[in-house]
Design a protein around this ligand. Sequence first.
Ligand SMILES: Nc1ncnc2c1ncn2[C@@H]1O[C@H](COP(=O)(O)OP(=O)(O)OP(=O)(O)O)[C@@H](O)[C@H]1O
Ligand SMILES: [Zn+2]
Length: 724
Amino acid sequence: MSCIVEIALACPLRQTFDYLSDEPVEHWQPGMRAVIPFGSRQLIGIVIAIKPVSEISTDKLKKIEQQIDKQSFLPVEIMQLVQWVSRYYHHPIGECFQAALPKKLRLGDSDEMQTETYWALQQIPVNKPGKKQQQILDLLEDYPEGLSEKALRVQFGNVKSSLTTLAQQNVITAREHVALPVPCLELQQTVSLNNEQKQSIEKVLAEKGQFSSFLLHGITGSGKTEVYIEICREFVENQQQVLVLIPEIGLTTQFVERFRHSLAANIVVINSSVSDADRKQAWLLARSGKADIIIGTRSAVFTPMLNPGLMIIDEEHDSSYKQQDGLRYHARNVALMRAKTLNIPIVLGSATPSLETLYQVKLKRYQLLKLTKRAGGATLPNVKLIAANKTADNNGLSSVLINSIKKHLQQNHQVLLFINRRGFAPVLMCHECNWQANCRSCDAKMVVHQHQNRLFCHHCGLIQTLPKKCPECGHSELKSYGVGTEKIEQALTAIFNDIPVLRIDRDSTQRVNAFTNMVKQINQGQAAILVGTQMLAKGHDFHDVTLVGVVDADQALFSADFRATEGLAQLITQVTGRAGRGKKSGEVLIQSEQPEHPFWKNLLQDGYEAIAENLLKERIQMELPPHGFWAVWRAEAQEADLAMQLLQQVAELLQQTASPVMILGPVPALMEKRAGRYRAQLLMRSADRASLHQLIDQHIEAVSKLKLARKGRWSIDIDPTELI
Ligand SMILES: Nc1ncnc2c1ncn2[C@@H]1O[C@H](COP(=O)(O)OP(=O)(O)OP(=O)(O)O)[C@@H](O)[C@H]1O
Ligand SMILES: [Zn+2]
């Protein structure tokens, strides 16, 4: 008996599709994958439901070509989560599944786990084994389940011939076993935790087995990672899995290594540096319950777990948790929703919590855990503001800063200079006619990249060769203004020519392992100068950095984005937190052209918490997020004004319904033209969540049918983190 199967497909239509199947009803389950014809293409879809009848007459339905999974593939919990995400973010269901699955599984790969040969002891050797053989045997004694050849190779190098010999003598035997991550064979001793750390751990563990959300607010270097590790230990011992989310930057290696060296557990990693095959295996290990700890970036929030026990979100304020295109979800929010459904605790950790999270603490929805001291006896660095003058200074470096760098290097310490712009200089100008290098596709300037002898647009990626003379008047004196990491690198290399200068930004870390190798070099602890962007500012634990310099810190103070001050306060606090984390005390110098700006006094005297408190009050007064519930319709089009006209029509549609939701705009985006498209947005604000979603639901279908909607692109962004 055939049946009707409702399927979600990766296509921008906000609907599911019915197909006919020759398989009997009982062979199908929601969450399985199937190959189906769609137009002239073949697609892979996810089964949403099995139905006795379809609204479409049976002779019009197409047949499923192939059932990929014979058993359940996506657990019910993930099915429900993705469906919730689709409803909440008003995003097509098929595309939501796309976001939730690793690439190989999305493309129809089998969901069998990879296996490997594992070796285990069989009997005591009769002949005296060779040295390497003995080492292998000694190690295998500690692993009655066996170890994979890969794990043995990591430890002893080439082991093939030793294994063959031992196997021939029946001393060891081989068996196929699911490929688990290579265990760490040399676990570190645990540190003795301080009282604040202990209390935080106890409070979280007290809520085991039920939903409860925590903010672990610990100043930089206070030992939050250690707290996560000790909490994880308890869950792992109880055979419960932990999902740990981390931001999308080069942090992973250091963070994962600390977990690996502290816990005898199967730890898998899901992020963009992991190969597709390993990602799939990690996902399957998590689904099967064999992975104890899953560490991953944003999309890892969708990883299925057989025995979920806890979720952790490190650096919860980090903007990379929010996807800014396609399915615009916020991994922190999805994780919170998931923890609630699973009825498990969730810990959000940060030295600079987002205003959203602080607001929830204020409303007593999250328990606050505080770490107020640096761990291991380290102290917070001494922070000083120095007045900088662009024209007088040496390539953006004031003499105070240079002298201080000298002093720290002489003591064989490391110096970290933070500048939030990659490239050489942000402006190229003609002295004669005032021509400036602008991007032809964006309302933005081209940035000079001297290493590559090119101009880059950081918004659309446009690349041009660096002109030798002015394209406008032909004059040959083109000058660059402002500073970027390359210029600082150049200036420092000239001054300190015997000291290595490591530039760490997106350009210098493109090659695989480039970043990891630089981190290794830094950890060797020789005198060095590190020049870098945000990549360097967050989360790292470099023990030999004693001076942090912030160059050109002011830009954000004059931004029209209402979140700019919050972002700046977080960034400065994070970057200053990189100094003096080890035994040596630290110092921070911040160069500002606006040292009188009240922001600095507020941040440096009163600290992040005070500034966050003020900002939150301001936001509440001005009715800005996190106060109230927000959504933004965004539109863009090649034709000027089209995006504005489209959103005007959307506004008119929305206004047809009597609703408490406020409609604001449309207005052109702050950078109106980007990548050749003109952009605009329309804001919605509501005192309650339900009215907001209702209004969107009522009209989204009609919006997608607007004529103009087909000419341009549009999207809806729930809980936007970028307004204007
Ligand atoms: N109880 C402790 N005793 C001694 N050392 C500790 C203790 N707890 C943590 N540490 C060490 O202190 C350093 C800082 O800890 P960690 O990196 O966990 O801080 P953090 O709070 O995550 O910092 P950030 O937010 O700045 O990234 C690490 O080198 C860590 O090993
Ligand atoms: Zn551009």
